[in-house]
Design a protein around this ligand. Structure first.
Ligand SMILES: Nc1nc2c(ncn2[C@@H]2O[C@H](COP(=O)(O)OP(=O)(O)OP(=O)(O)O)[C@@H](O)[C@H]2O)c(=O)[nH]1
Ligand SMILES: [Mg+2]
Length: 352
């Protein structure tokens, strides 16, 4: 069984890369499973990845490289016993040091496990802002990797890609560097996949750093269940864009140079609308995914950005989301907080 760890700062393109990677490796005849870790109490990426039909396990509310080591070990063992995959791809949070994860996996000493070279994905379009906002942190992620992937080359000017390439080479002269786009088919992505079949030649690092604390990132997540029949694709897109626009403006007031990931997923039942904003400079990006498995309608929002006040962030998120849902005539209940809105009454609750 091979383990591939795909690291990279918040919003760099890990999940999008995993969607492609999982698809291609499956087509090549491999039995794939994914473990995805999210910093917030509510996870989004597990839902996004599971639309692909690939076996996915989600670990939420912390980071598997420091606070959630035990959860990772348990999830991995169980997945191995129950599903026996050929390849397990791990997506840590954008705030992880993947070399620490690698060390913990080595200590587990699972029979027959090999490791692919450690990957770190970099958003080429916002690299300079990342280095300014979280310098020591970003450096460690780059220095620890064996493969560096400059992603989003489709929206990054060529000269900027070359400047990022030079900066990465200086920080980590031993790494193999790729220039790719996870949203546009390209040759370089295939070459990146080929090199993943090789074995890692480095050893892991002692697990002594708390990466979340070091990153200076504030994170918060929230989830609402939406009543069946009160949301369609257009409403879902409007709500997603409306919430992200309001939230981005509010975050800009707190930190005009923020980097990170503000992401929203809205399920209408058969469709999953996914939208994000990844920095002060970035545009909102939106995608519609077909659900392979039936999901009930919901809205989930996760925000993790540099140098802002966590409590302010939390109150903005709640305010904008609920306002937008109400404006669109959607009936909703905040998950884990049923007393707050009385719009949704479940038949099962009445029977119980
Ligand atoms: N233009 C462009 N957008 C991309 C590319 N790769 C990812 N994105 C977009 O960037 C945003 C973040 O991508 P994700 O794949 O969710 O990033 P991530 O690293 O998994 O984010 P976290 O798990 O929150 O840290 C999404 O809106 C993607 O659609 C790319 O190559 N080009
Ligand atoms: Mg992700």
């Amino acid at each position: 069984m091979q383990i591939i760890i795909i690291g990279g700062f918040l919003g760099s393109g890990k999940t999008t890369t995993l969607l492609n990677l999982g698809k291609i490796l499956t087509e090549q005849g491999n039995k794939i499973a994914i473990i995805v870790n999210e910093i917030g109490e509510v996870g989004l990426d597990g839902t996004i990845l599971s639309t692909s039909g690939i076996q996915t396990r989600e670990i939420t509310n912390g980071c598997i490289c420091c606070t959630l080591k035990i959860s990772m070990e348990y999830t991995l063992q169980k997945l191995k016993e129950e599903y026996e995959p050929d390849v397990i791809i791990i997506e840590p949070t954008g705030l992880a040091f993947p070399k620490q994860i690698r060390k913990d996996l080595e200590i587990m000493d699972i029979e027959g496990v090999t490791f692919a070279p450690l990957v770190n994905i970099i958003d080429g379009s916002r690299f300079s802002a990342e280095i300014q906002q979280a310098p020591a942190f970003i450096r460690t992620q780059i220095e620890d990797a064996e493969i560096l992937v400059i992603n989003k080359t489709d929206i990054t000017p060529k000269e900027k890609v070359e400047a990022v390439f030079n900066a990465l080479q200086e920080l980590n002269p031993d790494a193999t560097i790729f220039r790719t786009s996870a949203t546009k088919e390209n040759k370089s992505f295939r070459q990146f996949i080929e090199i993943l079949a090789q074995n890692s030649t480095r050893v892991g690092k002692e697990n002594s750093r708390n990466s979340i604390e070091e990153s200076g990132v504030a994170a918060y997540s929230i989830k609402y269940q939406i009543e069946e029949g009160t949301i369609n694709e257009d409403t879902a897109e409007n709500v997603a864009i409306g919430v992200l626009n309001n939230l981005k403006d509010a975050i800009l007031e707190l930190n005009p140079e923020f980097v990170g990931h503000v992401k929203i997923a809205v399920s209408t039942g058969d469709k999953l609308i996914r939208a994000s904003v990844t920095s002060a400079e970035a545009e909102i990006s939106i995608q519609v995914l077909e659900n392979q498995t039936k999901m009930s309608p919901f809205l989930a929002l996760l925000c993790a950005v540099t140098n802002v006040d966590q409590e302010k962030l939390q109150s903005f998120m709640k305010e904008f989301t609920e306002k937008s849902l109400k404006e669109h005539g959607t009936h909703f209940t905040k998950e884990g907080d049923a007393s707050e809105h009385h719009h949704t009454i479940k038949i099962e609750d009445l029977i119980a």
